[in-house]
Design a protein around this ligand. Structure first.
Ligand SMILES: Nc1ncnc2c1ncn2[C@@H]1O[C@H](COP(=O)(O)OP(=O)(O)OP(=O)(O)O)[C@@H](O)[C@H]1O
Ligand SMILES: [Mg+2]
Length: 406
């Protein structure tokens, strides 16, 4: 397991516990040849999508993303190869029955125009013969989940909704029967950037809560980085150029094709993926109110630090005075509580840099969820972390290419 994956799990453990209700999807030697086409649209694709993970498919137009996706719910039948869900070969399943267990969300939501919002969401539950009460409750719950007020939107028709709202209903419909697997084909493609971001955040929230296995096609590398546990970068014929965590794709693109795809600013993108609690904290000199001020200054100077973190009686940082301002004091005292900006350990490195850049200390004090002092981070901690990540990603990649060569 790579370091970054471990971190992800740590972060998850610290946040809400991640439940996994998803199922593993496996494609083995899958080929799709459309009639009359010289080249196969999907040429020998083998991948495993782990249960409960979000895998983002990305690649140039026509490279076979949609074809690969639609073979998973048998909207398209492979020419050869095997696809299993939870270990079961999907060819052994009735195609209609299979599709009821797989959520499917496409661009624009593709709602039935003659059905209300509620009836659109209820399509699969009705096919599964859920009773009325259960369907009504589920509809309510899902509208809430995607941020639409049930009372206002339940009985509207799709044409009475904005594009973003239709898209939300599309997501709700895809989740309606609580399927272990959800397939999405550019689900947020047709909406404005702000709605898109909201929908992405909602999807992340839903995923944290539900732990589905989600395969999602996108054209947007930033969306892939934000939503994916893993990113699969395809070139023509659904050839895998790299299949890895966003961290590793950014830190060590497998080849020029991937590097081009990731584009400029990959280090900046990395910053939004890492959290402050992954950094090595600097052990800063601390003192409590009432402590001997000169002793604190001496300790700070011995550590080569120009200031002291002052904590209150519950271990929460309240000030960060410079040694020179403590020289005449006998005891540590905070008369005027300065607006001390601290950094939550769960903040991203983007936020950390932002805080540091606006601080005269060239660093930031890190606190836990209860505002207790944890340590200090500075620019050096951030660059050191990025270097470690890049080295780890490089190493993982070299190990893999050695494995492939042998
Ligand atoms: N029904 C079809 N008949 C013949 N060829 C097809 C058919 N559907 C897709 N193709 C071809 O198969 C290849 C892969 O198509 P696919 O739709 O999977 O690409 P995609 O990666 O989803 O592209 P986009 O990003 O544009 O949606 C393309 O060359 C396309 O022209
Ligand atoms: Mg497509």
């Amino acid at each position: 397991m790579s370091e970054s994956t471990q971190h992800h799990q740590q972060a998850d453990e610290k946040g809400s516990a991640r439940t996994v209700s998803g199922a593993e999807i496996q494609l083995k030697d899958v080929v799709k040849r459309y009639p009359g086409q010289k080249n196969a649209a999907v040429n020998d694709l083998s991948i495993t999508v782990p249960a409960g993970e979000v895998v983002m498919f990305i690649g140039p137009s026509g490279c076979g993303k949609t074809t690969s996706l639609k073979m998973i719910n048998r909207l398209i039948e492979p020419t050869s190869g095997t696809i299993t869900i939870d270990g079961d070969d999907i060819r052994g399943r009735d195609a209609d029955e299979l599709r009821r267990t797989i959520g499917y969300v496409i661009q624009g939501g593709s709602l039935f125009p003659h059905l209300t919002v509620a009836d659109n969401i209820a399509v699969v539950p009705k096919l599964l013969k859920w009773d009325k009460k259960r369907i009504a409750e589920r509809t309510e719950e899902l509208l809430d989940l995607v941020g639409l007020e049930a009372g206002r939107y339940r009985d509207r028709y799709p044409r009475e909704l904005s594009g973003g709202q239709q898209q939300r209903v599309g997501v709700a419909r895809g989740l309606a029967a609580d399927p272990p697997v959800v397939l999405m084909d550019e689900p947020f493609g047709a909406v404005d950037p702000i709605t898109r971001q909201r929908l992405q955040d909602e999807m992340l929230g839903i995923q944290r809560e539900l732990g589905k296995t989600i395969v999602c096609v996108t054209h947007d590398i930033d969306e892939a980085i934000k939503l994916g546990d893993r990113i699969l970068i395809f070139s023509e014929g659904a050839k895998i150029e790299q299949y890895d965590t966003p961290e590793n794709v950014l830190a060590a693109p497998a080849n020029d094709f991937v590097a081009d795809f990731v584009g400029a600013g990959s280090t900046l993108k990395q910053l939004s993926l890492s959290r402050v609690n992954e950094l090595n904290f600097v052990d800063w000199t601390t003192a409590r109110i009432g402590d001997d001020a000169q002793d604190a200054v001496r300790r700070a100077e011995a550590a080569g630090q120009e200031c002291v973190v002052v904590l209150d009686d519950r271990g929460r940082p309240i000030a960060w005075p410079w040694n020179r301002n403590l020289r005449r004091a006998s005891t540590i005292d905070v008369k005027r509580r300065e607006e001390l900006v601290t950094l939550d350990e769960r903040a991203t490195l983007n936020d950390a840099l932002d805080t540091m850049l606006s601080s005269s200390h060239a660093g930031a004090i890190v606190t836990d969820a209860r505002d207790k002092y944890l340590g200090v981070v500075d620019f050096e901690s951030v660059t050191a972390h990025i270097r470690t990540q890049e080295a780890a990603a490089q190493e993982a990649q070299e190990a893999r290419s050695e494995e492939a060569a042998s």
